[in-house]
Design a protein around this ligand. Structure first.
Ligand code: IMP
Ligand code: MG
Length: 181
């Protein structure tokens, strides 16, 4: 698996340190309130697990699953809900937790989708931000790291469902996804 990685972008120690900072920031922002954290399956599962343990206010966790890249590296632009959240969001403070914002279509869609359920607020915490690629008008309220326009795997992010279990964030060698084309 490590032979498929061109370079390590973010080491696990730096990820851990940044998540503590994000947790503190979110704790301060929502002090005195309660949060509903909505994780986007599957990519956010590792980030979300670490982030919720760095947040010191009461919270609940929910998950959504949206249509994804499938086996390729390009987003289709059309998003559908595969698994919706199973509770009422009326009047709730909602924080979406996402692995990476690329074109932004996924987050634009999900934010609107959750707002329509009557949430008091819907904010976004993205582990990674590939801002260069943005097409939709959407901005994360909290960002772990900005990353260059390269295909990234590890710490929850996959290519063809693999590499999610790498403890760091790395750039995948082009030859790996060229093969799949
Ligand atoms: P967007 O709708 O283009 O912003 O795409 C967001 C989704 O595409 C994310 O939730 C990821 O699952 C996936 N994605 C985008 N860029 C990458 C990447 O570099 N590596 C792995 N997944 C990615
Ligand atoms: Mg995703």
């Amino acid at each position: 698996m490590i032979h498929d990685i061109k370079k390590v972008l973010i080491m696990k120690e730096d990820i851990a340190a940044r998540i503590q900072e994000l947790g503190q920031e979110i704790t301060k922002k929502y002090r005195g309130k309660e949060l509903v954290i909505v994780g986007v399956l599957k990519g956010s599962f590792i980030f979300m697990a670490d982030l919720v343990r760095a947040i010191e206010i009461p919270l609940q966790v929910e998950f959504v699953e949206l249509s994804s890249y499938g086996m390729g590296t390009e987003s289709s632009g059309t998003i559908t809900v595969r698994k919706d959240i199973s509770r009422d969001l009326k009047g709730e403070e909602v924080l979406i937790v996402e692995d990476i914002i690329d074109t932004g279509h996924t987050m634009a869609f999900l934010k609107e989708h959750l707002e329509q359920k009557g949430a008091a607020s819907v904010s976004i915490c993205a582990f990674l931000d590939k801002a260069q690629r943005r097409e939709a008008k959407i901005k994360a309220d909290y960002v772990g790291f900005s990353v260059p326009n390269e295909f990234i795997v590890g710490y929850g992010l996959d290519y063809g469902e693999k590499y999610r279990n790498l403890p760091y964030v790395g750039v995948l060698k082009e030859e790996i996804y060229q093969k799949g084309k």
